[in-house]
Design a protein around this ligand. Structure first.
Ligand SMILES: Cc1cc2nc3c(=O)[nH]c(=O)nc-3n(C[C@H](O)[C@H](O)[C@H](O)COP(=O)(O)O)c2cc1C
Length: 318
């Protein structure tokens, strides 16, 4: 399937596995790249030496393109950039910050740059900053999220109407039908996070993977909005946050309650009570843990079946 995204990244399918703290290391990224999508190493939870090792392992495990996600709030970002340049990583997805900050340097070094946004305003800012493509992420998504609360269903056509560079849809996509819908709304590709957490290759703790599989619709909420909005599974830690709000907690109180290392505790160490468990609304549709390559194949089969059935004449332009 050739389109602007497969051509830009030199991949077979326009399926991008999202960069995710504590969940997407070299094993998941290389598995998705080997399956014909684009795998992304989530550097936001890695010390610089860990990122160095993860990139080396990824290069050894695949000869296909892969990317690194760089959240700009990362404190040691200069060191991550150094590592990325040293390894000549071909593609970088930046997020959580101003697209102007690193785009030029990365592009001057021959790297393809993609920026993640949650609004039309920042999509257009990213285009102006010179990125090669934009990920527009809706309210349904797992992990940190925009304050605007615009859903993927609404955001994608709004951005697609005005953006000239390729557009990747994220948030609430986990199946071939979801991908078909995203492309019908005007996206050129999809970025999928939550679904790839439930794979043997994801570095998430088994307890977290099992919880994702057991989460039903309504089992997550976007919270901690006065700090950095994040979508969490409604576990004991989430209940503690809700109780704090009911008791009129100040942002400082909430910050103290959150403390440090909650995401690691929940997603990597498997503490389902005290840990922060980040996942998207699509968890309600994830019912089993299966290899990343099977997920990619399943999505493409479902997508292609729909393409034949509904889009026989290619009337949507994809
Ligand atoms: C566990 C988890 C961790 C995430 N960590 C990051 C991250 O470090 N950087 C980032 O840009 N996005 C992060 N995200 C968001 C994803 O990159 C992606 O855009 C999102 O998962 C897409 O929505 P979905 O979960 O409905 O597939 C994370 C998402 C999850 C579920």
């Amino acid at each position: 399937m050739a389109n602007r995204i497969t051509t830009l990244f030199n991949i077979k399918y326009p399926i991008i596995q999202a960069g995710m703290i504590w969940c997407s290391g070299w094993e998941l990224a290389s598995a998705v790249s080997n399956a014909g999508g684009l795998g992304i190493i989530g550097s936001g939870s890695m010390y610089p030496d860990v990122l160095d090792e993860q990139i080396t392992k990824c290069k050894n495990a695949t000869n296909k393109p892969f990317a690194v996600n760089l959240p700009m709030i990362y404190p040691d970002i200069d060191k991550h950039i150094e590592t990325i340049l040293k390894h000549k990583v071909p593609i970088v997805f930046t997020s959580a910050g101003n697209p102007k900050t690193w785009t030029k340097l990365l592009k001057d070094n021959g790297i393809i740059v993609v920026h993640v946004v949650s609004s039309l305003k920042f999509a257009l800012k990213s285009e102006l900053a010179g990125v090669d493509a934009v990920v527009a992420e809706g309210f349904e998504a797992g992990g940190h999220n925009g304050r605007e609360e615009t859903t993927t269903m609404t955001l994608i056509p709004i951005v697609a109407n005005e953006l000239k560079i390729p557009l990747i849809a994220a948030g609430g996509i986990g199946t071939g039908k979801g991908m078909f819908a995203a492309l019908a709304l005007g996206a050129d590709g999809v970025q999928i996070g939550s679904r790839f957490v439930a794979t043997p290759e994801s570095s998430a703790h088994q307890n977290f993977k099992d919880t994702v599989v057991n989460t039903q619709d309504g089992g997550t909420e976007l919270t901690l909005k006065e700090l950095t909005p994040v979508r969490l599974i409604k576990n004991e830690f989430y209940n503690q946050v809700q109780t704090a709000y009911q008791n009129n907690a100040t942002p400082e109180d909430i910050k103290n309650l959150l403390g440090r290392g909650r995401a690691k505790k929940g997603m990597f160490e498997g503490d389902l009570i005290e840990g922060e468990l980040e996942i998207g609304q699509i968890a309600g549709l994830i019912n089993e843990i299966k290899p990343a390559s099977e997920i990619v194949e399943e999505i493409m089969t479902e997508f292609n079946d729909l393409k034949m059935e509904i889009n026989g004449g290619g009337k949507f332009g994809f």
